[in-house]
Design a protein around this ligand. Sequence first.
Ligand SMILES: C[S@@+](CC[C@H](N)C(=O)[O-])C[C@H]1O[C@@H](n2cnc3c(N)ncnc32)[C@H](O)[C@@H]1O
Length: 190
Amino acid sequence: MPQHRITLHDIMTNNLDDLFEGAKADVLYSDPPWGEGNLKYWRTFNGQKGHPVNWLEFVKRVKFLWQRHVTGACFVETGVKFEQDVIAIFGQPQGRYVIRYSSQNLPNILLGWGEQPRLDPSDKKGFDVPFTVLSSLPTKPRSVFDCCVGLGTTAKVAKKLGISCFANELNPKRAERTMKILDFSLVAKD
Ligand SMILES: C[S@@+](CC[C@H](N)C(=O)[O-])C[C@H]1O[C@@H](n2cnc3c(N)ncnc32)[C@H](O)[C@@H]1O
């Protein structure tokens, strides 16, 4: 039976060890904030206006969490403007896909390190992007980790695939919505 765990931590200061308790996820998939402005936006939205944010340090933390808690591939969605910053920290990706959440917007970029999906998620929208990636990996994952799960797109994919979800989110109100998707055990909060 897949098991689902969630924490409400700030990934800048918490290593999420209580989320995993020594276990590992097979894959990381996340759409974290992009750039300094967006990081500030999410802080303010969480009632933390004026909290110091540093974009490159944030990207380093996402990479750190991947290396600490995940055995397999990592997929990170970002904006075209921020792609090179992510690559500078993570290294050259094995996969790069142009995805569109809305035709009016600039495309988003999905970068992947490690084993890549057999089906190309390019030009898919919304839920279909992570679903295509996670459902067509050569090695079927038994679990997925999202360090910034928000309203739970990754949790919905885990539900559809019948795999375990390790989730974390800064904002308790957003996490509450995600907790309605799957039967999560709430492990800890800041
Ligand atoms: C672009 S949204 C995630 C979208 C997500 N795919 C969904 O289905 O809603 C980015 C999320 O990162 C969270 N976040 C921002 N800073 C964070 C931090 N330091 N630690 C953990 N989560 C953070 C925000 O609260 C927000 O929910």
